[in-house]
Design a protein around this ligand. Structure first.
Ligand SMILES: [Zn+2]
Length: 279
């Protein structure tokens, strides 16, 4: 154990560290949908649609088999178009949270544009899932100076969008918004998402090996656990929820479970506990 004890948070039930598994169920939303080009690229549409249509159920089965909770950040357009699949997330005991309507980059929107996205998303979560989310992960990486205040208007209590720590932290004293930071090391896009037409990620000519990817994720957990920190993931069902790759998620969760003193929690549980315990 190398942790600097004064910096180690105190987790519930005396657990040493916290893992808040999280998935971004983007489906086919994003830049190509926002500019309309996806409707001229049906094959590209299906790459995204595979997430809610096919991969999600596989991931829910893995989580159920190990009885661990997760948080799903879902663009509201995905809920409108795959309502029964998204209802299954809630019915199987997981959290759903905001991720834009069509995965808008909030830093490109006016404040009123951001409010429109949040208002329509709120209506859709309530209508289709009967849920009023309390969490938000900003789509496409960043937001604008007004975003924190707008999130508070819509009852958002936590964000998982920033990178400033490896523990939760209070991002805004006025609203009390808690940040649960995620990191690119735990983004499955970084190692597994290469695709042709369009080439993505640009300049990477192959995916990483599955062994190396699982090893990376496990080592990230080992470090987080040694230091008693909070780890969340940026996994995407359309990337990780495939027949061969699902073994990586299984292997990763099994590795974490071996530690035996980890607090598995949804992101809202982490945020609530962080506020209550005044860390
Ligand atoms: Zn996303």
């Amino acid at each position: 154990m190398r942790a600097i004890e004064a910096l180690v948070p105190r987790w519930p039930e005396g657990k040493r560290s916290c893992v808040a598994l999280a998935f971004d169920l983007d489906g086919p939303t994003g830049g190509a949908m926002l500019d309309g080009s996806i409707w001229r690229n049906p094959s590209y549409f299906t790459l995204g649609a595979y997430g809610p249509w096919r991969a999600l159920g596989r991931i829910l089965d893995v989580l159920a088999g190990r009885d661990v909770p997760a948080t799903f950040f879902v663009p509201a357009w995905v809920i409108e178009n795959w309502p029964s699949q998204c209802r299954a997330i809630v019915e199987r005991g997981h959290e759903v949270a905001y991720h834009g309507y069509m995965h808008e980059a909030f830093w490109t929107l006016t404040p009123d544009g951001q409010r429109e996205v949040m208002a329509s998303s709120t209506r859709i979560f309530e209508r289709y899932l009967g849920v009023r989310p309390v969490g938000f992960r900003t789509p496409s990486g960043d937001w604008s100076a007004e975003t924190i205040g707008i999130l508070a208007e819509y009852g958002v209590r936590y964000s998982s969008s920033m990178r400033g720590d490896d523990r939760p932290y209070v991002l805004d004293a006025k609203s009390g918004l808690v940040e649960i930071p995620a990191r690119w090391e735990l983004d499955d896009y970084a190692s597994l998402a290469y695709q042709r037409n369009p080439d993505y990620p640009a300049g990477l000519d192959r995916i990483a090996s599955y062994d190396a990817t699982l090893d990376n994720w496990c080592r990230e957990f080992d470090g987080s656990h040694d230091d008693g920190l909070c780890m969340t993931t940026l996994f995407h069902p359309k990337v990780s929820g495939k027949p061969g790759r699902i073994a990586l998620l299984e292997g990763f969760v099994d590795h974490v479970l071996q530690a035996d003193d980890v607090w598995f929690a949804s992101c809202s549980e982490v945020a609530d506990w962080w506020i209550e315990s005044k860390q």
